[in-house]
Design a protein around this ligand. Structure first.
Ligand code: UT7
Length: 331
């Protein structure tokens, strides 16, 4: 098998119908549209409905991607699901998606690196293809992070939203695929984004529930500082590895956590904001789904074109980070 480059052959999304606007939040919380827009750039977000699960959302996005690629589920060689909000702790949500898709006996793995999950997953997929191990790989970023939110905690609940984005890579010998990458992790900062209870360190208990320790805690200002540093640094490292410069990049697709973080990265990289794909106003922070959702937005709006060079860059719980330099296939 000689074809070792990964070509994007399909993509799809699933966004829950329910839209929660800042004005809706104003009615239930001591917050305002003005504060949320000024501090984060978010105007509205999607909230999963009672019929949605992480696996059902991932499956719907994946079906759309398979349709676009003209592939059957059994054509897949590997399924990678990036998520921090799986249906259950056990079993892995990836096996549920594999079953719901009808991808009989296809290997499936769940990858959990917070909001950086899709970047880790995509990089893994490209490397499996480069090694000649697999030809056709589905990578999904999916979250129902809103079910882990404390809706009384205005410092977190206004920021997040739900969604799923799926991409299919296929081996090709065309000039495209992964050009450079960097992945990183610094667990000494793990306490800055954490769900304290529910795992083995602090099993579920009435005390934990009473204290709300089953919800996401986030030290926003510390994560903000970290993100502002790491986005520019990892972007430069991935470009250097690719032997490219920022001038070679057509689009930057950053993790959509906060418009001010994206603006800080743009200042750091000395680039205009118009070079970034931005969806945070409509979807909020969808964690591992944010980059695939933004990527699809860029493709379907016609901004991202064949042969374009993309820089995907993310950070998240862990704390983790990652940047990939990709080249879209020729037309
Ligand atoms: O993808 C996962 C990674 N997560 C992130 O990237 C999040 C990174 N951090 C951030 O995006 C920002 O730190 C936040 C948007 C979370 C907060 O913005 P900030 O400018 O850092 O605000 P702050 O936390 O320093 O809070 C400023 C003030 C506080 O009031 P006082 O103490 O100055 O009186 C907060 O109580 O804003 C208050 N505040 C709010 N006010 C109205 C916090 N949340 C809200 C709110 N509405 N929703």
């Amino acid at each position: 098998m000689n074809a070792r480059n990964g070509r994007v052959v399909g993509w799809g999304t699933y966004l829950p119908e329910k839209v929660l606007t800042n004005f809706d939040l104003e009615k239930q919380l001591d917050t305002s549209d003005e504060w949320i827009v000024q501090r984060s750039g978010i105007r509205e977000r999607r909230i999963a409905g009672p019929g949605d699960t992480t696996s059902s959302m991932a499956t719907q996005a994946s079906r759309a991607a398979l349709d676009k690629a003209g592939l059957a589920p059994t054509d897949l060689d590997l399924i990678i699901i990036a998520s921090s909000s799986p249906d259950h702790l056990i079993p892995p949500v990836s096996s549920q998606v594999q079953y719901l898709l009808g991808a009989v006996d296809v290997p499936a793995v769940t990858l959990s690196t917070g909001c950086t999950g899709f970047v880790y997953g995509l990089s893994t997929a490209y490397h499996f293809i480069a090694a000649g191990a697999y030809r056709t790989i589905l990578v999904v970023g999916v979250e129902i992070i809103t079910r882990h939110l404390n809706w009384q905690d205005r410092s977190t609940c206004v920021l997040f939203g739900d969604g799923a984005g799926a991409f299919i890579l296929q081996a090709t010998d065309e000039p495209c695929g992964l050009r450079g990458f960097v992945l990183g992790s610094d667990g000494s900062l793990s306490h800055h984004i954490i769900i304290p209870a529910g795992g083995t360190a602090e099993p579920p208990s009435l005390e934990a529930l009473a204290e709300g320790r089953q919800y996401i805690y986030m030290n926003g200002p510390e994560v903000f500082k970290f993100a502002s540093r790491v986005l520019g640094r990892s972007s430069r490292q991935a470009l250097e590895q690719a032997g490219l410069t920022l001038e070679d990049v057509d689009w930057i697709i950053p993790h959509q956590a906060n418009l001010r973080i994206i603006q800080a990265a743009a200042r750091d990289l000395e680039l205009p904001l118009s070079r970034f794909i931005i969806t945070i106003d409509r979807y909020g922070n969808t964690s591992a789904a944010s980059i695939p959702l933004a990527w699809v937005d860029g493709l379907e709006s016609g901004r991202i074109k064949p042969d374009d060079t993309l820089l995907l860059v993310s950070f998240g719980a862990g704390l983790t980070w990652g940047a990939l330099v990709l080249q879209m296939a020729p037309a």
